[in-house]
Ligand binder design. Structure first.
Ligand code: CA
Length: 225
């Protein structure tokens, strides 16, 4: 899962970034409205944290422009305390949720999890696919009751597939949600990660769809490769 954080307060931006990286997300950051708007316009994000008061272009304008251009990723707005009008304007502009400053990082993380979950059509924080279970609160994965230790890239890849079960996901799409904007993306690494995840899970749940990508399915007895 890949997150964009747009916040001009450098300390707050860094705190949010660290917390999101610790939670297993890949994170891009912007410190002004122009850059933030551009990133959200050109890169695929699973969720965006958007401050309202920003230099160059304010958060509400950014959000209105994204929505007008059909960018429909979930957006969590950061609003100043006691500015109820900001919340109303934010929701009217297309925000999916908001957090009032000052906030506890844990609250932001919980709201981000919920937004990602909802946009994937999931209602619980533990996602299951047959014997595989992924707890989005603790970032822990288990299979048939065994705890599965994954690297951060393996976790992000499996988490993306778990959030999009039964859909064919291309290598390009997986790569885009695995790395930040500065990474020299190579979609061949996806194949390596999938191989490692299969070995660790030891159940046949990631199907290779030749020429198209991968699909996560609950294993069944006739699920032959
Ligand atoms: Ca600000």
């Amino acid at each position: 899962m890949r997150i964009l954080i747009i916040e001009d307060d450098k300390n707050l931006n860094r705190q949010l970034q660290e917390a999101c990286v610790d939670a297993g997300y890949v994170v891009d950051v912007a410190f002004d409205g122009e850059e933030g708007h551009f990133l959200g316009d050109t890169e695929p994000y699973d969720v965006v944290v958007l401050d309202i008061g920003l230099p160059d272009k304010d958060g509400l304008t950014i959000l209105e422009e994204w929505r007008r251009d059909g960018r429909d990723m979930p957006v969590l707005m950061l609003t100043a305390r006691d500015r109820w009008s900001d919340k109303v304007s934010g929701i009217d502009a297309g925000a999916d949720d908001y957090v009032t400053k000052p906030f506890h990082i844990e609250e932001v993380l919980a709201r981000l999890r919920a937004l990602i979950r909802r946009s994937a059509g999931l209602s619980t924080s533990v996602i299951e696919c047959g014997p595989v279970s992924l707890d989005t609160r603790t970032s822990k994965v288990s299979c048939e009751g065994r705890h599965i230790k994954l690297t951060s890239h393996e976790f992000r890849l499996l988490s993306y597939l778990m959030h999009h079960q039964e859909k064919v996901i291309s290598r390009t799409e997986l790569t885009e949600h695995l790395y930040d904007q500065d990474f020299d993306k190579d979609s061949n690494t996806v194949e390596v990660f999938v191989g490692r995840i299969r070995k660790k899970l030891d159940v046949n749940c990631i199907e290779t769809v030749r020429g198209l990508g991968y699909r996560l399915l609950a294993p069944s007895s006739d699920n032959a490769e």
